[in-house]
Design a protein. Structure first.
Length: 100
């Protein structure tokens, strides 16, 4: 019976790490776009365009939640909110899986 419990715990720990990793990667992509935007990266570059498209898709739900008159504040808050939520929810779920 102990072996079964140990295997279950190991599986839950691996799932928790996977969920936390996915949340971290999603937040990293969004944060990378914020940094590239603030540094004035060339949007015609393929890498910058890919990061922008991915971050825009991930932050679709949060970008226009609040409106600001300054564009850089809109980008930081709109995309930053999505990154924080992905981190918070992802690590909350990971913690729940780990304790399970």
């Amino acid at each position: 019976m102990r072996t079964h419990t140990r295997v279950h715990a190991r599986g839950s720990g691996q799932a928790a790490r996977a969920v936390a990793l996915v949340a971290d990667v999603l937040a990293f992509v969004i944060a990378l776009w914020i940094v590239l935007y603030l540094l004035g990266a060339n949007r015609s570059n393929g890498f910058v365009d890919f990061v922008h498209d991915a971050a825009t898709w991930l932050a679709t739900w949060s970008y226009d939640l609040f409106t600001f008159s300054t564009e850089w504040v809109q980008v930081v808050v709109g995309y930053g909110l999505a990154a924080v939520v992905y981190l918070f929810v992802g690590h909350l779920v990971a913690g729940w899986l780990y304790r399970r």
